[in-house]
Design a protein around this ligand. Sequence first.
Ligand code: SF4
Ligand code: SF4
Length: 368
Amino acid sequence: MSERPSTRWQRRPGTIGGKRPWNDWRNALTWRRATQCLMLAINIYIGIAFWFWVRYYETGGASTFVSRPGGIEGWLPIAGLMNIKYSLETGHLPPVHAASMLLLSAFILTSLLLKKSFCSWLCPIGTLSELVGNLGKKLFGCHLTLPRWLDIPLRGLKYLLLSFFLYISLSMSARGIQYFLMSPYGLIIDVKMLDFFRNIGTITLSCVVFFTFASLFIRNFWCRYLCPYGALLGLFSLLSPFRIRRNADSCIDCGKCAKACPSAIPVDRLIKVTTVECSACMSCVESCPVASTLNFSLRQPPGGQYQADAGVKPLWRQTAVSGAAMAALVLGILFAAVAFAMLIGAWDSPVPEQIYFRLIPESWRIGH
Ligand code: SF4
Ligand code: SF4
């Protein structure tokens, strides 16, 4: 039986007891939480502003007017998918909900480059799910890990839902998509979504309560098993050149990375994490006590000993993504998409006011 030679390992810079303090600027989890808080605040603003905007038309102009927040289009992924197909088929921008296509494209781009970072850095549902999970850990002291025979088929559910949404979005021709999105239902599809939450049915409410309750015990229950959006981005993330990489030589096999992973990925047994379940949350990176051993990068980290011996700046240093860089990249891609949409006039709705005055008060009667 061969034994690994014992080598002195280097502590990760800035760590105390294996972890960096939250207020250390190098702590990736602090950057992620700050980004999540920003996105949650933006989405709360979008929700409130959109509600006021809808009320203005529902009351025939008697209530306070608030401009329609363009970011509401980010909540219309099916319209986004339809419009991607429309644009690919016709070579033209879609006539309505073009911003939903540009936002979805931006989120796909983050997945192509930076794994499923949308889920753990930008998505407000992911943030809420994580908060509920943290509360569950505080209340009960631990989370449940489902056995593989149950976990694997449950993870398949989100792909079934994704297949259904892909079918209804992409089976239409470009002409059919245009007809649907220019119909009264398509024009106010955002208002119909608000109505869905305002007039939430007993079954939907029971599901929301169940998912919230389940998230107390099972980390990211909704994201892991049911979210079709995450399933779609996960498939694109397979192409990401950046991924979690481990240096097996400098690794001391402490298992802290695997324990910290919210997706239950056995990071401590992998050289690189390729699975669709990795959301680039950096929890594993921040839990590793050894320098240059675990990174989110383009190349394998060479290990702390190598770094000390070589005394040169190795290539991985230029390719490993820090928390600050990750925040700048995910937010940069998102805001670049918003700026581009504004520049080409696709951010604001092109639907005339008089149509909204006619359709929105009647939205409860409009079906597809
Ligand atoms: S492998 Fe690391 S980055 Fe990926 S989900 Fe697990 S903890 Fe997060
Ligand atoms: S890579 Fe994982 S198992 Fe290895 S030292 Fe770092 S935290 Fe421990």
